[in-house]
Each structure stands twice: as C-alpha cells, then as structure tokens.
Design a protein around this ligand. Sequence first.
Ligand code: ADP
Ligand code: AMP
Length: 214
Amino acid sequence: MKIIMLGAPGAGKGTQAKMIADKYAIPHISTGDIFRANIKNGTELGKKAKEYMDKGLLVPDELTVDLVIDRVAQEDCKNGYVLDGFPRTIPQAESLDKALDERGEKIDYAINVEVPDDNIINRMSGRRACLSCGATYHIVHIPTKVEGICDRCGAELILRDDDKPETVKKRLDIYHEQTQPLIDYYSEKGALAEVDGTKDMKDVFADIVGILGE
Ligand code: ADP
Ligand code: AMP
C-alpha cells in the first residue's frame, strides 16, 4: 500500500502517518524528519536545507526529489510506505509518478487531512518535537507524561524554529500556493481520500482505517 499524506503544515499528517506505519507495518518517510536529521548531524544537505526551512520556504526540488525516489526504491519499501510531507509541489508529484511508473507502480491513496488555517496556528505553537525518535506532541491536545520529555525515548523535546507564528503564516501561504493544487492532481488520478483533521486524533485515525481497510 503506497500512501501520500496531504494537508497544511500542522494538519496532523505526521501524527497520522506514524499510526498508519505502525498498523500496516510499512515505513513512515517524512522529508521534514530527513532534513532535520541532516541539520542535527551537520551534513551539507542539512546546511542547505536549513536556509530554506528557517524562513518557512520549501527546500528546492533538486535537493528533495532524488532523495525520496532513492528512498522508496529501498528493500523495506517493497510492500508500501507512507510519505509524509512529500510531494509538496506539482513537479515533485510528477517526478514521483514518473519514477513509479517506470517500475509499474503507482500511489494507491493520497489522504488529505483537512484543517482550517485558524486551527493550524494554535496547533503549531503548541507542537513539541523529539529530534531523537521523531515523536510529536502537543502541549494541550497530546501532552507528554513529563513536561518537555519524550514519552517514547526520554529525550528533551524542542519547539521547532519554523513553528513560530510569523514563519507558520509564510508556510501556510506557500502551502495554499504550491501544495494545495496536489488535491486536484490526485483527485484526477482517482487516488484522493479526504478526512476531517479537526477531530480528535483517534477519530481521524479511525476514519483513515475506514478508507484503507482493516
Ligand atoms: P504535520 O505533520 O501535518 O505538520 P503534526 O502531526 O506534527 O502535523 O501535528 C501538528 C500538531 O498538532 C502537533 O503538535 C500534534 O501533536 C497536534 N495534533 C495532531 N493531530 C491532532 C488532532 N487530531 N487534534 C489536535 N491536535 C493534533
Ligand atoms: P515538515 O516537517 O513536513 O513540516 O517540513 C518542514 C520543512 O522542511 C518545510 O517547511 C520545508 O522547508 C522542508 N520540506 C519538507 N518536505 C519538503 C518537500 N517535499 N519539498 C520542499 N521542502 C520540504
């Protein structure tokens, strides 16, 4: 099962993608996580990506597309995967489709997690992320047992630099301009499924399972 998560930054793509990956035993591939790991490890890719990410801009396609296409060709992806944060532009989607088509494959589901912009700003300011294991929490909606500490691995949580309200606003503008057109793109391919992302995370997940099957 090859799945793409669509939705605004902060809609809950990562939260749901992790639950999908666990239930269906497929890898969760988040381009944002890959870039943040590269920044943490001080790689050349990380240095370049950071310049864009800190400003709320998209990392250029040249740095992003091959990375994902190589990743989905790996052995652990042969039964499927859930892509989170990719594609984010029409050219990214076209490059992915072309690479999959060459292998006789296609995306089965593009799940759009629908959340209005007003809710997003609140979610992002409360988001806390673990850079060690990739877990995500929310100080009000999805709190940790001990404040500031990851339940899963015990590392200290951070407030992402790009979750500041000014940067979130920019990211939302870019989302509407460059990423939202992907909803029509996947609809035309018959792969689109939509869920109401304003519900409780467990209810959103139940709706997704209703689409993907038990
Ligand atoms: P995305 O991957 O789309 O950027 P995240 O999954 O990181 O979004 O979620 C953004 C923030 O909202 C996080 O703090 C997360 O814990 C919280 N969140 C996710 N899903 C829900 C939900 N259904 N209700 C309330 N808060 C949520
Ligand atoms: P995310 O963790 O998905 O919210 O991504 C954080 C940031 O990483 C984004 O705001 C972009 O700067 C960058 N990024 C992640 N995925 C992509 C992508 N597919 N294309 C371009 N930039 C990306």
